[in-house]
Design a protein. Structure first.
Length: 292
């Protein structure tokens, strides 16, 4: 759950959903760790591609959720009108937090911290606050995958060609062919042409380059989830290491380093107390402290 943007790569999450769907369809009897994929966020009013990403997610969800072969093994939910009141429900309920932006593009990220504090494990790239979270909890307690900043820079120097990955990775090719052919939009087969063209020819954020590593890492997630004891241990390690991301620590550092203010135990009257009464109370409190 986050704002919808190409650099945050909700499209890679969507391609993984399609890949899981295809695997279930290919072998319905094979063991599959059930998944409910919840995606939420808003697109800027003039951001056409972000709106098309939302449309693709909901279209894929419609096919997946209504396929009797899939049943309850895989569900896709898009949270409409994502806001604080929804966050209060979904963040504590989450098992896996997706923080999969291209390395070097996320300025910070705070949603990932909230998920960590509430007991979700993180699958993500070494980007934004994921780096600090890995430093605190240990990289072995997060599901880290994909290119690092230096890898992205090297790929930029060599030149990123999406078709190389499309032809090399059969599951990626299948998913993209389904989107291109209108499998998820039968009444309007070319509905996602702009999304397909962007991924092949104008993708600054290199979704295909990290796809293989992302899918492999998701398989590690499923393996650990089947071992509830080890999963719980990892959750506890994350929560125990998340103290750095408390707002108390943040405000304390702002006060000390930016505003050069020292902590005070001076009691501030509640807002319903009249201003003149409040000022008098604070003056008396300060006088008492001086006499002490």
């Amino acid at each position: 759950v986050k704002r919808i943007h190409e650099y945050k790569r909700q499209l890679m999450n969507c391609l993984h959903v399609i890949t899981m769907y295809n695997r279930i369809k290919r072998d319905p009897m094979k063991l599959f760790v059930p998944r409910t994929v919840i995606i939420g966020g808003k697109a800027a009013p003039g951001y056409h591609m972000a709106k098309m990403i939302i449309k693709l997610i909901t279209s894929v969800g419609h096919v997946v959720n209504n396929d009797p072969v899939v049943g309850n093994k895989l569900k896709v939910i898009f949270l409409e009108n994502y806001r604080v009141s929804l966050a209060e429900k979904v963040i504590p309920a989450t098992d896996l937090s997706e923080q999969i932006s291209t390395a070097g593009t996320e300025a910070s990220g705070t949603g990932n911290m909230k998920f960590m504090l509430n007991g979700a494990l993180t699958i993500g790239t070494m980007d934004g606050a994921n780096v600090e979270m890995a430093e605190e909890a240990g990289e072995e307690n997060l599901f880290i995958f994909g290119m690092r900043v230096e890898d992205v820079e090297e790929l930029d120097r060599r030149g990123y060609n999406a078709e190389d990955y499309y032809h090399r990775l059969p599951e990626l090719k299948q998913a993209m062919d389904q989107i291109k052919s209108g499998f998820f939009s039968p009444k309007q087969p070319d509905l996602f042409k702009d999304v397909v063209d962007m991924l092949f020819y104008h993708d600054r954020f290199k979704v295909f380059a990290d796809f293989e590593a992302y899918v492999r890492c998701q398989e590690s997630v499923s393996q650990l989830y089947m071992n509830s004891r080890e999963w719980t241990k990892t959750v506890i390690r994350n929560i125990a290491a998340s103290g750095k991301f408390s707002s108390d620590r943040t405000i304390k550092e702002y006060a000390r380093d930016i505003w050069q203010m020292e902590p005070s135990d001076l009691k501030i009257p509640p807002p319903n107390v009249p201003r003149d009464v409040a000022d008098e109370q604070m003056a008396n409190d300060m006088a008492d402290k001086l006499h002490m």
